[in-house]
Every structure is written in C-alpha cells, then in structure tokens.
Design a protein around this ligand. Structure first.
Ligand code: CTP
Length: 474
C-alpha cells in the first residue's frame, strides 16, 4: 500500500468516494475504486468515469449509493453481468461490479458471473497499471493498493500483463488491441514478453466483434502520435487480422535498381503530420486511406520508373468497402473521407503547370467547404527527407492557396451550383430524366467553369438552348 496525499482527489471526488464508502459500510461489504480512473489520476490525466469493485452485489451497492444523491440518479443495471451504472448530474459516470473470478470480457459468452474476492478479481485484469486500486474501507486517508508493481510500471511507462500474456490475452483477445491503444495514448512502451504474447495470440482477435476492435482502433487514431499504435498492430500481426488493405502498403519493390517509397510508413507519417494539426477523426481517416489504392495501381514503366496512376480515384471507390468491413458509419463522414482521398492529388497538380483560373475554380467547386482540410492533408503528404524539396513543395502550395483565394474572392465559387438545374433542363425541353439531361448539365457546368460563358442564369439558358440544337433535341 502506498499513502496518497490528502488532496489527491478533488473535494467533489472525495465526497463521492466517501459516499460510496458509507453505502458499502451500510451493506456490510467492502469496495474499492479500481482501473483506469486510478491510473489516470496518478498520471494527472483528466477522468470522466470511475469503476467500483466490491466483494458482494454491485447492483445493490449502486442502488444504495444512488439513495444518497438529490435528485436521485437513475441506476442502469445488467443483471446477467452483475454490473450497474450511475450518471451523476455533473456528467461523471460510476460503474459498479462485484469482484469476479473470471476476466473482464466486454462481451462474455457466459454471462453467469462467478463471484470472487478482490485478489481473484485483480489477477484477471488486463495490465498491471489497470489493476491499481484505492480501498474505500479500513484506515483513514487514501492509499493505493498495488498488487503487481503497477506503480513502478507507471513510472517506467510500461504496459505489462499481471499474468503471463498468453493467459491474459486468451481471456479477452481485445486486450492486445488495448495494449497498443494504451501505448499510443500514454506514450508507453509494451513490455517485450507482453508484446511477444500479443503476436502469438493475434489470430484470436477474430472472435471479437468488429465494433469493439474498431472502437480501439479509433482511440489509437485519436491519440497524439497514432503511428505508435499502428506500428504495434502491424509488428504483432493484429492489423493484418482486420484491416489487410493497410499492411499491403508495406514494403519496397525494386526493378532495374529503382525502388519506390514504403507506402505503409509514408502513410503513418502523413497520419502523424495530420494529427499534429487536427483533432478530427475523419481527417485522420482520410490520411490513413489517401494512398490505399497504391498496391492496386502500381506499375513499373520502362524509362519512367514506378507509377500509381489513378490511385486517387480507385482509392475513393475503396473507401465505402473498407468502412463497411470495419463497421465505420456509412454516412456523411464516409463521403467526406472518400472525397478527400479522391481529391488528394489535385492541389499538387495545380502547383505544377501553368495553371488556368478554370482549374482553380474546379477545385474550389469540387472541394467546397472541405478545401482547408484538403490542403492540410496535401501539406501533410509531403514526407520527403530532402529539406530543399520540402521547402519547394510548401512554397508551391502556398502559391496555390493564394491563387485559390484570389479566384474565390472574384468568383465566390465555393459550394457553387450551376444557375440552370436538371429540373430546368427537363422542363425546357420536355425531357424525362436521363442521359441527355446529364450531358446538358455537364456542358453548362464546364462552360461556366472554363469561362466560356458568364455565371448567370440568362447566359446559361442561352447556352443550353444552343447545345440542345447541337444534340438535335430541338
Ligand atoms: N478491463 C480488463 N480487460 C478488458 C477491459 C477492461 O481487464 N478487456 C479492466 C481494467 O482493469 C480496466 C477496467 O476494467 O482498467 C475498466 O475498463 P475500461 O473502462 O474499458 O478501460 P479504462 O482502463 O478505464 O480506460 P479507458 O477509460 O481509457 O478506456
């Protein structure tokens, strides 16, 4: 046991823990606060929930605790799992569970919980740093109970299982993902034996639901330096289990002495670059997927070297399939990621040749409100080690941005829609929906974007009429 300073908990937290202590006393049982809450308090990280474990009935304890609050909070409980949850007015959540003999599986196949002692409970937890607890009984003041040297591991910044890794990971194979996640979130190392066990048990991840796996993956993606978690997943073979398209990017092929860059590590670098600038999960997903079609489009062309023609468009089409397989939402977030993948080469092409205003206008129209995100992705895509090159690329992008702003200022083309709609065209010529309407719409759009006609309704209507004659619709 290690004594904690009196002010270790805020006055509000101390009041809550004392209330739980009194409720447990009233029921004649013992309770401890355990797991992530204790770990994060010791690390000085913000917390928003706490787990209480008791030797007895967790649901009963939750009801006893709820009685002490005005207004009395609702107790959500799951009888089969012996767990209960209270959400306080402050938004803080407290979860109650009876100590158990079996492991903490999120989706145990056998809901019959076997009651156990604190000792039996803590040995079935995932990591030494998550088995730390603060007893809510016995002596005054606060003490940490540390059965597996978790305090030392916190100090040394190490993720380690309390039992041999094979046992801990077989109990719940998701824990291997959790190890990579904690390493990425906390900036910790994984103990070599623990990491070796992750590799040995990786194939068991297949029994875990995709939702739980993706939940952990998203936590890695949202961590400060996501490459840390991804490299653990890749090196242990976990990534290959559920997201095979990404590890396929790894490796360098050589032909005639010419290689290409390793697109897996390049992608992780782009992801870290984006993560340093944006907290947005979906922009980070766009970074992960921006080059996903490189293996599918890779060619060695004599005299030219390696090419990946069309990897932007092919990648855009791969996004829905990958989102579906990973059980990510098939909504506007998916469309946003697909759109950025499809557009990620456009700003680069604008920086190359003598570019017309019309090409600038097209990018403004196609990117719409996501233009800033797209530019951030493109800047993050520069991972060359050659500083001269990097500076040149960034200067080119700065010029592209300036020109985009200038075109936007004069034309206000962002989120632009042509002044003549498909409905207008159908009415004008008495056409049913179909190919001709699409052709005419595209022709008006091109004519305005190319500056052939002004961006007005009258000009667009006149233009449509002449095109219709050319197409023999009139
Ligand atoms: N736990 C476990 N095995 C799991 C999940 C959880 O042993 N597969 C135990 C750990 O002791 C963990 C506690 O249950 O600390 C609470 O789990 P959870 O709330 O999922 O994680 P936290 O550690 O609290 O971390 P975070 O809130 O960041 O997810």
């Amino acid at each position: 046991m290690q004594q904690l300073p009196d002010d270790f908990f805020t006055p509000e937290e101390a009041r809550l823990l004392s209330t739980i202590r009194q409720a447990a006393d009233a029921l004649g049982i013992r309770a401890r606060v355990v797991g992530g809450y204790v770990r994060d308090k010791l690390l000085g990280r913000p917390t928003k929930d706490a787990d209480i474990v008791c030797e007895g009935d967790g649901i009963l304890l939750a009801h006893e605790v709820a009685k002490a609050f005005q207004p009395r909070p609702n107790v959500a409980f799951f009888k089969a799992f012996g767990t209960a949850q209270i959400r306080l007015a402050s938004g803080f959540e407290v979860e109650f569970v009876g100590a158990r003999k079996e492991s903490y599986r999120g989706e145990s196949r056998k809901p019959d919980v076997e009651h156990g002692t604190f000792e039996e409970d803590e040995i079935r937890r995932d990591f030494t740093i998550n088995a730390l607890s603060v007893p809510l009984y016995g002596t005054d003041g606060w003490q940490v109970h540390d059965p597996f040297n978790g305090l030392e591991d916190l100090k040394q910044r190490i993720i380690r299982t309390p039992l041999d890794g094979d046992t801990t990971f077989s109990d719940d194979p998701l824990r291997a993902m959790r190890a990579a996640r904690f390493a990425s979130q906390l900036g910790f190392d994984i103990f070599p034996d623990t990491r070796a066990a992750m590799t040995r048990t990786a194939s068991r991840l297949s029994i875990v639901s995709q939702e739980r796996v993706t939940d952990e993956l998203n936590k890695i993606i949202l961590s400060p330096k996501p490459s840390v978690g991804f490299i653990h997943l890749f090196d242990t073979g976990l990534l290959q289990q559920f997201f095979p398209q990404l590890p396929t990017l790894a490796g360098v092929e050589m032909v005639e002495g010419k290689g290409h860059k390793d697109n897996f590590y390049h992608t992780l670098q782009v992801l870290d670059n984006v993560a340093a600038r944006s907290q947005d999960l979906w922009l980070r997903w766009a970074a992960i997927l921006h080059d996903i079609a490189k293996p599918a489009t890779k060619k060695f062309e004599a005299g030219k070297g390696w090419t990946f023609h069309g990897h932007d468009a092919v990648g855009e089409r791969m996004v829905p399939k990958i989102f579906k397989a990973l059980k990510l939402p098939l909504n506007e977030h998916m469309k946003y990621v697909a759109k950025l993948v499809g557009l990620h080469l456009r700003p680069i092409s604008l920086s190359k040749d003598a570019i017309t205003d019309s090409a600038m206008r097209r990018l403004l129209v196609d990117a719409g409100d996501d233009l800033e995100d797209l530019m951030m992705l493109c800047e993050s895509d520069i991972t060359s080690k050659n500083e001269v090159k990097v500076r040149r690329y960034l200067q080119n992008f700065a010029l592209v941005k300036e020109r985009l702003e200038a075109v936007e200022a004069t034309d206000a083309m962002r989120n632009w829609q042509p002044p003549v709609s498909g409905d207008d065209i159908m009415q004008l010529f008495g056409l049913p929906p179909g190919r001709e309407v699409g052709l005419l719409k595209q022709a008006v759009r091109d004519a305005i974007l190319d500056g052939v006609i002004p961006n007005t309704r009258d000009a667009a209507l006149d233009f449509v009429k002449t095109q219709a004659i050319a197409l023999k619709l009139r």
